[in-house]
Every structure is written in C-alpha cells, then in structure tokens.
Design a protein around this ligand. Structure first.
Ligand code: PGA
Length: 262
C-alpha cells in the first residue's frame, strides 16, 4: 500500500442478511468500524448488503455517521430507469450508496455477465458518480494451465477499456481468483501481489501513469483476519473485498489490522 491511496476494506455480504438481520448486524459493527475510520483518514470501509437491505443498513449508518464508512450495492443495471424488471439503476443506488460491486465472478458465472456488460455498467456507475469495484480473476483450470496473465489481460481490456480518462482513476479493481473464493484456499500475498502489479501496469498502458498510480486494487478470496496482512503488506494491493468473513465480526478484525498498517 502506498500512502497516497486509501486502504479499502469492503464487505460483500452476498445473499445473506435480509432487512431485519442486516439492521441488527449493522448495529453491532457500525460503531466499531466508525471508530476505526474516525481515527484513521487513510482507511475506508464499505458495507455491501443485498439490495433489499441497503435501506435499513443506511438508516443504522445515519444514526452514527462516520467519515469513510460507506455503503455499497452488489450489482446494478446500466440504464437509468424503465422496463427492466428486477433491476436497480445507478440513480437509485446513488440515493443510498457511494459504491457498487460490478462483474463479481458469481454474476459472471451464474447470471452470464460478460466483459461487455460489465463495461457498460462500469461506465454508468462512473457517469452517475458511483465508485465501481470491478471484479476480475481466473478460474481453477485457467490457474492450473498458467493462463492467469492472459485472462487478466482480457478482462481488464474487455471490462475497462475506453472509459473517459478523467473518470478512469475512480475505478477500483478487485483481483479475485475464482479458485480462492469461499474455498478457504487464499492466494499467497506474493502471487496476489504479482497479479496486482500486472493490473496496475496494464492500467497504465490504457490510461497513463497518473491513473495507474491512483488506481486502488483489492485482493479477494478467502481473506480473514489471520491472512490479511500478507495482502496489505504488498505495495500494489490497497485492501480487500471480503465475502465470508464480512458477515462475521472478523470483518472488524480485518479493518483493525488494516488500520495498523496504514
Ligand atoms: P470470500 O469471497 O472472502 O468468501 O472468499 C470473496 C468475494 O467473493 O468477494
């Protein structure tokens, strides 16, 4: 992590915690996370509950507002409004959130999201003033076959090329090797860092050095309070996108560890 970039600790709650349970959990963790972000101007924590639970979590956050403790959605459509049953728009997300996760591997795998669609969503998020966390990463077979670099290249190009240069620096990229998600088999800090460095380099060729230096890159995949320091200590990794551990108190522990390292 370098000092000009914040450390971002984002929790992807996935399809866990409906409105009541989300509110309850938020009441437990928001004061603790708020305390950390108040202490440390370099730390940004983002909670990403399911869409139906955004409002109740927002309400809890509003009762104890803290700088740099923010709310994010897990997905959105790129259109502003209209006949798109079941979808939420960037304008709707913006009412409650600063951030949106896009192109998570589960969206790509189970809901057929392509790089092209992720690109449209990313552009829409940036246009409406949201911070997109765009997820990329290779699957097990690609990892075994030594194709990681190629896959990352294709995904960065396909999901993130041709954005307006002045907006490109606001993108956050989460490197999430699919084989590490929810498996308990995290990547090593060294390997994740190598891919993060590659992503920064690719971004530099697309948008110039200034955008590449400003770009936040997160690691995701079986991150816990036990292993997170391996990632946070790499100069090209600026935090984590956390699944399983984000619906437990371990999320606060991870934020605490990040706090000591910023
Ligand atoms: P995990 O999920 O931390 O449970 O592996 C990460 C993610 O899917 O973002």
């Amino acid at each position: 992590m370098i000092s000009s970039r914040s450390v971002i600790i984002a929790g992807n709650w996935k399809m866990n915690y409906g409105p009541k349970a989300a509110s309850h959990f938020a009441m437990e963790i928001v004061p603790k996370l708020g305390q950390l972000t108040r202490q440390n101007p370099g730390l940004l924590c983002i909670l990403c509950p399911p869409a139906i639970s955004l409002s109740p979590v927002r309400e809890v956050m509003d009762t104890m507002p803290s700088p740099r403790l923010e709310l994010g959605a897990q997905n959105m459509y790129f259109e502003e409004k209209g006949a798109f049953t079941g979808e939420i728009s960037p304008i709707m997300v913006r009412e409650l959130c600063t951030t949106v996760i896009l192109g998570h591997s589960e969206r790509r795998m189970y809901f057929g999201e392509s790089n092209e669609l992720v690109h449209k969503k990313t552009l829409a998020a940036l246009t409406y003033g949201l911070r997109p966390i765009v997820c990329i990463g290779e699957n097990e077979a690609q990892h075994q076959a030594g194709q990681t670099e190629q896959v990352i290249h294709t995904q960065v190009q396909g999901s993130l090329a041709h954005l307006p240069t002045e907006l490109a620096k606001d993108v956050v990229i989460a490197y999430e090797p699919i084989w590490a998600i929810g498996t308990g088999k995290a990547a090593t800090g060294k390997d994740a860092g190598k891919v993060a460095s590659l992503i920064r380099q690719l971004y530099g060729t697309m948008y110039g050095d200034e955008s590449a230096v400003a770009l936040h890159i997160l690691y995701g995949g079986s991150t816990t309070s036990e292993n997170c320091h391996h990632f946070f200590s790499h100069p090209d990794i600026d935090g984590a996108l956390i699944g399983g551990a984000s619906i437990k108190h371990d999320f606060v522990e991870i934020a605490r560890k990040a706090n000591t390292m910023v």
